[in-house]
Design a protein around this ligand. Sequence first.
Ligand SMILES: Cc1ncc(COP(=O)(O)O)c(C=O)c1O
Length: 400
Amino acid sequence: MFRIGKEEIDAVARVIESKNLFKINDAMHETEQCEELMREKFGVKRALLVTSGMGALASALIGMGIGPGDEVIVPAYTYIATAMAVVAAGAVPVIVDIDETYTMSAEKAAEKINPRTKCIIPVHIQGFPCAMDEIKKLADENGIMILEDACQADGGSYKGKRLGAIGNAGALSFNQFKIITAGEGGALITNDDKIYERALIYHDSSAIAFFGDQLKDVTEPQFCGTEFRTNEISAAILHQQLLKLDDILFDLRKNKRALTELIGNVCRISPSNDIEGDCGTTLPVVFKDEQSARQFSASIGVGNYLPIDTGKHIYDHWTAILEKRGAFRPEMDPFRFPENADHLPDYKNERYPVTLDLLARTVFILVDPDWTDNNIDEISQGIIKAAKGLSHLAKNEKNK
Ligand SMILES: Cc1ncc(COP(=O)(O)O)c(C=O)c1O
C-alpha cells in the first residue's frame, strides 16, 4: 500500500451515508463506476471487480473453459495462489523455471507444451513485466491461451500496453500489499465476451440471476459456481486508488531510475523485459553468491529482502501442490480425477535451478514513491558503502 487517505475516507463515508453497501443498488453505483474507470484505464472491453486476485485468476480460468484433462503452465516463482487457481479450475499446474528477469522463461515453457496444454500464466512478479512478445509467439504457435497474473503489477505495462491487457485475460489484486489496495480485492480484465460472461456467472453464481438485470445481455447458460462478489465500500476505495495509480507509478519509476543511476556503477542490477513499463516497486541487485547477498542486505540501511526468503512465493514451499492435495475430499481432488491422473508432474522431484539459484543471490530493494531527493542520496550512499565493503560482488567478479 502506498497512498491512501482523505479521498478514500470521504468515498467510504458517502457510501455509508447512502445506506447502499450492496453491489446492486439504486444509489451510488460504485462498482459500476469503478469497473468503467478500470476499462478505460486498462484499455479493455470488460472489467469485473471481485474479492481477490485468486478469485480473478480462478474466474478467468473457468471463463476460458479450462478444466479436467488440461495443463496450465505457471512459473516456479510466483505466489502459490497462481497454481492453486489452476487446481480450483480442475486442471493441472505445470511448473517452469524463470530467467534472469525473475519472470517465466518462454524457452522453458516451450519445453513443457504438449497437446494437453491449454493456457500459460505469465506472472509479472514484483511489477517486472514478462517477455510478452516471446510468450505470445509461443502461445499463438501452439493455439494456447494466455492469462496474465498481474496481481503484483497493477497498472504496469509492456511495450506501451497495460499488463493484464495483453493476453486473453488478466488478473489484478488489490490486497494490502499491492500497488493500489482496498485491503482485499481483485479484478479480471479481458476483451473476450465469452471469458467475461462465464467469469461473471462463476464469480457470483448464487446471486447473479436474482439481483438487478446482470444477465440481461449474457448468452452463456447459468451454471453453479462460487462467490467472489465485491461490495460498494471496496469499489469506492478502489475507484479513488485507481485515480491515484498513474501518479504512484510515475513516482515509483522516477525514484527507481534515480537510485539505479546512483548505484548502477557499483551494483549489478538485473535486466528487465521493459524498464519503461516496469512498476518501479523493486530494484533487484544480483550477487555472485548468497553470502554476499545476505551481507549486503544486512548493511544497506533501507527496506530490502532476499526473494529466496519469501516462502510461498517459491514452488518448493507450495506444500498442498507438491503433495498433490487438491481438495479436502479425495473425490473432489483434481489430482485424482481420471482425466488428470495419468499425466501428473512429479513436483517433488522436478528441479527449477535458475529459480532457486537466482533468488538466493538477489536482494530486492523496496522503492518508495514518496522518497525525496535527499532520501535517495542518503540511501544510495548506504548502498554504495555496503557494496564496496563486499570483496566478491558479482559485478566485480564479472569485470575481472
Ligand atoms: C502473483 C500473485 N498472484 C496471485 C495473488 C493472489 O492475490 P490475492 O491475495 O488478492 O488473492 C497474489 C497475492 O499476493 C500474488 O502475489
